[in-house]
Design a protein around this ligand. Structure first.
Ligand SMILES: Cc1ncc(COP(=O)(O)O)c(C=O)c1O
Length: 399
């Protein structure tokens, strides 16, 4: 049995700690950080052979690095993907996943609820290159069916969608997309690694902002693209080698360390988020709490089918609009106000004025992002301290 086969048979907890590790001759315990931009050849002939892909080995940092490879192999194992390529950011992952396969004249369909910069990329940037795009209500299968056509080459899904937590049926949309020959890309940031496995539901490609739960401690930016060997080798790698959106070895090393604790952090964050959602739902200052793990979520049954937990992010709809939301945020004494999510520290965001400011009021209204909406990314602090902070800030917001 080869190394990859042996590692595939391990349970996720073991894969997260040991998967993809390649010890050097020094026998280090922790994975080595190869902080180098280039590699040397033993001979001129070796340079020739490696450049021609006739001999395995590293050539140049933009093409690959041993620390980055260890991270890519570990993430591919836990995602159940053939292969992975790590990128500098989550946005670089989406851009490379799309542009490595799209040509002018192609068509893209995406679910409307998504992170602001992804929305700008699909709605405004792609059309500049002759790629037509349509945004649909991702929860409406008829809308997907109407939008898909023979020229549709890619379908993009973010589920749960940032920040309203709308759920898209990955299996059903994948079946519709495959019927017209399109590939399905899922942004699994809010779905979370280990919790939602889009490839098992029929998706073709998964992308991550590893800036979020994979690092998990708010240190480094990063992204990842996972898919079949054919897609990665024949389409993505040539695109990435030329355009260069690669992850730095230092960031890959930090991400490797992040993966070691991912399962523990995921369980803790999701359990706290589920308990907070259940008590927040009864709070009079809130018109609604959007969390896929709550039975009141309109797609709770679907979420339960495709996610093993409800995730670590919830959205709170404050009565009193922007003023109440700002009073709430400014009253938080423990939880920080930030654009980020997936951190060990709990973070609160006002999407309308930050992450989704640039898409404009009309698009926000279409996405259901009201001025009173606050996104809460639940971290690793004690639930009792988080609840006390939320309760006093909600009291101040209602005053
Ligand atoms: C769902 C989602 N996708 C993509 C991104 C982009 O990731 P990055 O900031 O690492 O480029 C983010 C957050 O920034 C996000 O929340």
């Amino acid at each position: 049995m080869g190394r990859k086969e042996r590692e595939r048979a391990w349970a996720p907890a073991t894969q997260l700690v040991r998967g993809g590790s390649e010890r050097s001759q020094h026998g280090e315990t922790s994975e080595a950080l190869y902080l180098t931009s280039g590699f040397v050849y033993d001979s001129a002939a070796q340079g020739d052979a490696r450049t021609a892909d006739e001999e395995e080995g590293y050539v140049y940092g933009r093409f690959g690095n041993p620390t980055v490879t260890m991270f890519e192999e570990r993430l591919a194992l836990i995602e159940g993907a053939d292969a992975c390529r790590a990128t500098a950011t989550g946005m670089a992952a989406l851009f490379a996943a799309l542009m490595s396969q799209l040509r002018a004249g192609d068509h893209v369909v995406a679910s409307r609820v998504m992170f602001g910069a992804c929305h700008v990329m699909i709605d405004q940037l792609l059309p500049r290159y002759g790629i037509e795009t349509d945004l649909v209500d991702g929860t409406d299968l008829d809308a997907w069916e109407r939008a898909l056509r023979p020229e549709t080459r890619c379908v993009f899904i973010e589920s749960p969608g940032n920040p309203t937590m709308a759920i898209v049926d990955i299996a059903a949309v994948s079946a519709l997309a495959h019927a017209v020959g399109a590939r399905v890309i899922v942004d699994n940031v809010l779905g979370m690694p280990l919790v939602q496995r889009p490839l098992a539901h029929g998706a073709d490609i998964v992308i991550y902002s590893t800036t979020k739960h994979v690092d998990g401690q708010g240190r480094c930016l990063g992204g990842a693209i996972l898919g079949s060997d054919d897609f990665i080798t024949d389409e993505l790698v040539p695109f990435m080698r030329t355009t260069g959106p690669v992850m730095s070895p230092f960031n890959a090393w930090v991400m490797l360390k992040g993966l070691e604790t991912l399962e523990l952090r995921t369980a803790r964050m999701c359990e706290t988020a589920a308990r907070l959602a259940a008590v927040l739902e009864r709070h009079p200052a809130l018109a609604a709490v959007h969390y896929p793990g709550l039975p009141s979520h309109p797609q709770h049954a679907l979420a339960a089918r495709q996610m093993s937990r409800g995730g670590s992010v919830l959205a709170l709809d404050l009565r009193g609009g922007r003023e109440a939301a700002f009073r709430f945020l400014d009253s938080l004494a423990l939880i920080d106000i930030s654009n980020n999510l997936g951190d060990a520290k709990s973070l609160a965001t006002h999407p309308a004025s930050t992450t989704h400011q640039k898409i404009g009021a009309e698009a926000r209204a279409a996405l259901g992002i009201g001025d009173g909406l606050v996104r809460l990314s639940v971290g690793l602090e004690a639930e009792s301290n988080l609840w006390a902070d939320l309760e006093q800030a909600l009291h101040a917001a209602a005053a």
